[in-house]
Design a protein around this ligand. Structure first.
Ligand SMILES: [Zn+2]
Ligand SMILES: [Zn+2]
Length: 106
């Protein structure tokens, strides 16, 4: 399972097996932070029965497949290293996201 985010009193979890997204009550988790959460009860995907046992560190999903182009909605995004920032005039380690479809940066 992957941790997606927190929505009010619900923790959004994505099944790594069938890619369905579910919301679980926050009370089922002992820790909810930005990058991970830890469940205090057994969680099960209602669709494929994928099971997470209690006290598992559920990591946030880190891949880029969830990033969508804000212009055309495409999920085909390329990461381009930005060596120099025109804003600050300094070299940076930042990356620009470039949409493969419409070529816009965001
Ligand atoms: Zn599933
Ligand atoms: Zn685009």
């Amino acid at each position: 399972m992957y941790y997606r985010n927190l929505q009010e009193d619900k923790v959004v979890i994505e099944c790594n097996n069938c890619e369905k997204v579910y919301k679980f009550q926050k009370k089922y988790f002992s820790i909810v932070s930005d990058n991970y959460c830890i469940n205090n009860t057994m969680l099960q995907c209602p669709n494929c029965k994928n099971t997470v046992y209690p006290n598992t560190k559920i990591e946030a999903k880190k891949d880029t497949s969830m990033i969508r182009c804000p212009y055309c909605g495409s999920t085909q995004i390329q990461m381009v290293a930005r060596k120099w920032s025109p804003l600050t005039g300094f070299f940076t380690n930042k990356v620009d996201r470039v949409c493969v479809k419409c070529k816009k940066k965001f």
